[in-house]
Design a binder for this molecule. Structure first.
Ligand code: ADE
Length: 232
Protein backbone atom coordinates (compact mmCIF):
# COMPACT_ATOMS: atom_id res chain seq x y z
CA UNK A 1 0.00 0.00 0.00
CA UNK A 2 1.26 3.49 -0.80
CA UNK A 3 1.40 5.93 2.12
CA UNK A 4 0.15 9.48 2.10
CA UNK A 5 2.43 11.90 0.26
CA UNK A 6 5.47 12.81 2.41
CA UNK A 7 5.82 16.58 2.33
CA UNK A 8 9.15 18.38 2.45
CA UNK A 9 9.47 22.08 2.97
CA UNK A 10 12.95 23.58 2.53
CA UNK A 11 13.79 27.05 3.86
CA UNK A 12 16.76 28.37 1.91
CA UNK A 13 18.42 31.44 0.42
CA UNK A 14 18.94 29.43 -2.79
CA UNK A 15 15.61 27.85 -3.81
CA UNK A 16 16.93 27.41 -7.36
CA UNK A 17 19.24 24.65 -6.05
CA UNK A 18 16.11 22.46 -5.64
CA UNK A 19 14.97 19.90 -6.70
CA UNK A 20 18.28 19.59 -8.64
CA UNK A 21 19.41 15.96 -8.47
CA UNK A 22 16.14 15.00 -6.74
CA UNK A 23 14.29 15.28 -10.04
CA UNK A 24 16.22 12.26 -11.40
CA UNK A 25 16.25 8.54 -10.78
CA UNK A 26 14.38 7.08 -7.80
CA UNK A 27 13.50 10.38 -6.12
CA UNK A 28 12.35 11.93 -9.41
CA UNK A 29 10.09 8.98 -10.21
CA UNK A 30 8.74 8.91 -6.65
CA UNK A 31 7.85 12.59 -6.89
CA UNK A 32 6.01 11.95 -10.20
CA UNK A 33 4.08 9.19 -8.38
CA UNK A 34 3.20 11.69 -5.60
CA UNK A 35 5.03 9.64 -2.98
CA UNK A 36 6.69 12.84 -1.85
CA UNK A 37 6.44 16.53 -2.67
CA UNK A 38 8.74 19.49 -2.24
CA UNK A 39 8.07 23.14 -1.52
CA UNK A 40 10.92 25.63 -1.26
CA UNK A 41 10.65 28.82 0.75
CA UNK A 42 12.99 31.71 0.01
CA UNK A 43 14.10 33.08 3.40
CA UNK A 44 14.88 36.41 1.73
CA UNK A 45 11.17 36.92 1.04
CA UNK A 46 10.79 37.50 4.80
CA UNK A 47 13.38 40.28 5.00
CA UNK A 48 11.92 43.61 5.99
CA UNK A 49 14.30 46.29 4.68
CA UNK A 50 14.67 47.46 1.11
CA UNK A 51 18.01 45.64 0.70
CA UNK A 52 16.37 42.34 1.76
CA UNK A 53 19.02 41.79 4.43
CA UNK A 54 18.99 38.38 6.10
CA UNK A 55 22.28 38.47 8.03
CA UNK A 56 24.37 40.70 10.25
CA UNK A 57 27.78 40.83 11.96
CA UNK A 58 28.35 38.44 14.87
CA UNK A 59 28.06 39.83 18.40
CA UNK A 60 31.50 39.47 19.99
CA UNK A 61 33.23 39.99 16.65
CA UNK A 62 34.85 37.51 14.33
CA UNK A 63 34.71 36.71 10.63
CA UNK A 64 31.62 36.30 8.48
CA UNK A 65 27.98 37.02 8.94
CA UNK A 66 25.25 35.41 11.03
CA UNK A 67 21.69 34.74 9.83
CA UNK A 68 19.20 36.86 11.77
CA UNK A 69 16.71 35.15 14.07
CA UNK A 70 13.84 37.55 13.34
CA UNK A 71 13.89 36.87 9.59
CA UNK A 72 14.31 33.12 10.05
CA UNK A 73 11.64 33.05 12.76
CA UNK A 74 9.11 34.67 10.47
CA UNK A 75 9.97 32.42 7.51
CA UNK A 76 9.71 29.35 9.74
CA UNK A 77 6.47 30.28 11.51
CA UNK A 78 4.70 30.96 8.22
CA UNK A 79 5.79 27.58 6.86
CA UNK A 80 5.62 25.21 9.81
CA UNK A 81 2.44 23.30 9.09
CA UNK A 82 2.16 20.53 11.64
CA UNK A 83 3.58 19.54 15.01
CA UNK A 84 3.98 15.94 13.77
CA UNK A 85 6.52 17.02 11.16
CA UNK A 86 10.27 16.74 11.82
CA UNK A 87 11.93 20.10 12.17
CA UNK A 88 15.55 20.04 11.10
CA UNK A 89 18.31 22.54 10.64
CA UNK A 90 21.41 21.49 8.73
CA UNK A 91 24.67 22.62 10.25
CA UNK A 92 28.14 21.10 10.80
CA UNK A 93 27.46 21.48 14.57
CA UNK A 94 24.57 19.01 14.38
CA UNK A 95 24.15 15.38 15.37
CA UNK A 96 25.73 13.18 12.68
CA UNK A 97 23.06 11.76 10.36
CA UNK A 98 22.54 7.99 10.60
CA UNK A 99 20.24 5.53 8.86
CA UNK A 100 18.31 5.25 12.13
CA UNK A 101 17.59 9.00 12.06
CA UNK A 102 16.59 8.79 8.39
CA UNK A 103 14.13 5.98 9.19
CA UNK A 104 12.63 8.02 12.01
CA UNK A 105 12.15 11.07 9.76
CA UNK A 106 10.61 8.95 6.98
CA UNK A 107 7.98 7.65 9.42
CA UNK A 108 6.56 11.19 9.90
CA UNK A 109 4.08 12.92 7.58
CA UNK A 110 6.65 15.50 6.52
CA UNK A 111 9.73 17.57 7.35
CA UNK A 112 10.68 21.23 7.48
CA UNK A 113 14.36 21.59 6.65
CA UNK A 114 16.23 24.85 7.25
CA UNK A 115 19.45 25.40 5.32
CA UNK A 116 22.08 27.57 6.99
CA UNK A 117 24.45 29.89 5.13
CA UNK A 118 27.17 32.36 6.03
CA UNK A 119 29.13 31.67 9.21
CA UNK A 120 26.16 30.55 11.20
CA UNK A 121 22.65 31.01 12.46
CA UNK A 122 21.58 32.96 15.54
CA UNK A 123 21.25 30.36 18.30
CA UNK A 124 17.99 31.86 19.59
CA UNK A 125 16.20 30.84 16.40
CA UNK A 126 17.39 27.25 16.71
CA UNK A 127 16.46 26.85 20.37
CA UNK A 128 13.16 28.76 20.33
CA UNK A 129 11.76 26.68 17.44
CA UNK A 130 13.10 23.37 18.87
CA UNK A 131 14.92 22.49 15.68
CA UNK A 132 16.99 19.34 15.57
CA UNK A 133 20.49 20.19 14.38
CA UNK A 134 21.76 17.61 11.90
CA UNK A 135 25.16 17.30 10.21
CA UNK A 136 25.88 15.02 7.25
CA UNK A 137 29.51 14.56 8.26
CA UNK A 138 32.60 16.05 9.83
CA UNK A 139 33.45 18.49 7.08
CA UNK A 140 32.21 21.97 6.30
CA UNK A 141 30.06 22.77 3.26
CA UNK A 142 29.43 26.30 2.07
CA UNK A 143 25.82 25.91 3.11
CA UNK A 144 23.13 23.48 4.17
CA UNK A 145 21.62 23.06 0.65
CA UNK A 146 23.78 20.13 -0.58
CA UNK A 147 23.24 18.50 2.83
CA UNK A 148 19.46 18.96 2.46
CA UNK A 149 19.55 17.28 -0.97
CA UNK A 150 21.38 14.33 0.57
CA UNK A 151 19.03 14.14 3.54
CA UNK A 152 15.93 14.26 1.33
CA UNK A 153 17.32 11.57 -0.99
CA UNK A 154 17.96 9.28 1.97
CA UNK A 155 14.40 9.81 3.28
CA UNK A 156 12.61 9.43 -0.06
CA UNK A 157 14.15 6.04 -0.89
CA UNK A 158 12.65 4.63 2.33
CA UNK A 159 9.10 5.78 1.54
CA UNK A 160 6.72 3.03 0.61
CA UNK A 161 6.50 2.72 -3.19
CA UNK A 162 9.82 4.42 -4.04
CA UNK A 163 11.86 1.24 -4.33
CA UNK A 164 10.20 -1.67 -6.16
CA UNK A 165 11.20 -4.43 -3.78
CA UNK A 166 11.51 -3.75 -0.06
CA UNK A 167 14.03 -6.64 -0.01
CA UNK A 168 16.68 -4.27 -1.32
CA UNK A 169 16.14 -2.15 1.81
CA UNK A 170 16.50 -5.11 4.17
CA UNK A 171 19.94 -6.19 2.92
CA UNK A 172 21.59 -2.82 2.56
CA UNK A 173 24.43 -1.20 4.47
CA UNK A 174 23.82 -0.14 8.11
CA UNK A 175 21.04 -2.69 8.62
CA UNK A 176 22.06 -4.67 11.74
CA UNK A 177 25.02 -2.33 12.15
CA UNK A 178 26.84 -3.96 9.23
CA UNK A 179 28.13 -2.73 5.91
CA UNK A 180 26.58 -4.57 3.00
CA UNK A 181 28.43 -7.52 1.41
CA UNK A 182 30.26 -6.91 -1.91
CA UNK A 183 28.53 -7.60 -5.24
CA UNK A 184 29.51 -9.36 -8.48
CA UNK A 185 27.87 -9.71 -11.91
CA UNK A 186 28.72 -10.73 -15.50
CA UNK A 187 31.12 -11.16 -17.19
CA UNK A 188 32.22 -14.26 -15.31
CA UNK A 189 35.88 -13.42 -15.88
CA UNK A 190 37.09 -9.83 -16.07
CA UNK A 191 40.78 -8.79 -16.19
CA UNK A 192 41.68 -12.26 -14.96
CA UNK A 193 39.34 -12.03 -11.92
CA UNK A 194 36.39 -14.35 -11.21
CA UNK A 195 33.60 -14.01 -8.65
CA UNK A 196 33.87 -16.12 -5.47
CA UNK A 197 32.88 -19.69 -6.40
CA UNK A 198 30.24 -19.93 -3.68
CA UNK A 199 28.09 -17.32 -5.49
CA UNK A 200 27.79 -19.69 -8.47
CA UNK A 201 27.13 -22.77 -6.34
CA UNK A 202 23.35 -22.40 -6.28
CA UNK A 203 23.50 -23.23 -2.55
CA UNK A 204 21.49 -20.39 -1.02
CA UNK A 205 22.33 -21.25 2.56
CA UNK A 206 26.07 -21.19 1.79
CA UNK A 207 25.71 -17.94 -0.16
CA UNK A 208 23.88 -16.35 2.77
CA UNK A 209 26.59 -17.57 5.18
CA UNK A 210 29.37 -16.19 2.94
CA UNK A 211 27.64 -12.82 2.63
CA UNK A 212 27.07 -12.46 6.37
CA UNK A 213 30.63 -13.44 7.09
CA UNK A 214 32.23 -11.04 4.62
CA UNK A 215 29.90 -8.22 5.74
CA UNK A 216 31.12 -8.75 9.30
CA UNK A 217 34.80 -8.95 8.23
CA UNK A 218 34.54 -5.79 6.10
CA UNK A 219 32.74 -3.92 8.89
CA UNK A 220 35.47 -4.93 11.38
CA UNK A 221 38.16 -3.68 9.00
CA UNK A 222 36.51 -0.52 7.68
CA UNK A 223 34.05 0.66 10.32
CA UNK A 224 34.75 -1.09 13.63
CA UNK A 225 32.85 1.61 15.52
CA UNK A 226 29.57 0.38 13.96
CA UNK A 227 29.93 -2.92 15.81
CA UNK A 228 30.26 -1.32 19.21
CA UNK A 229 27.82 1.53 18.79
CA UNK A 230 24.10 1.37 19.57
CA UNK A 231 21.85 0.17 16.74
CA UNK A 232 22.03 2.77 13.96
N1 ADE B 1 26.37 22.99 6.46
C1 ADE B 1 27.70 23.15 6.31
N2 ADE B 1 28.35 22.00 6.55
C2 ADE B 1 27.40 21.08 6.84
C3 ADE B 1 27.45 19.70 7.19
N3 ADE B 1 28.59 19.04 7.28
N4 ADE B 1 26.28 19.09 7.44
C4 ADE B 1 25.12 19.75 7.38
N5 ADE B 1 25.02 21.04 7.06
C5 ADE B 1 26.15 21.71 6.79
Amino acid sequence: MINKCFEVRVLTLFPEMFPGPLSYSLAGKASEKNIWSLKTVNIRDYATDKHKTVDDEPYGGGPGMVMRPDILGKAFDKNNPNSKWKKIILTPRGKPLTQKMVKDISSKPGAVIVCGRYEGIDERFISSRSLEEVSIGDYVLSGGEPAALILIDSIVRLLSGTIGSSDSLIEESFENNLLEHPHYTRPYEWEGMKPPAVLLSGNHREIEKWRKNIALEDTKKRRPELLISEKK
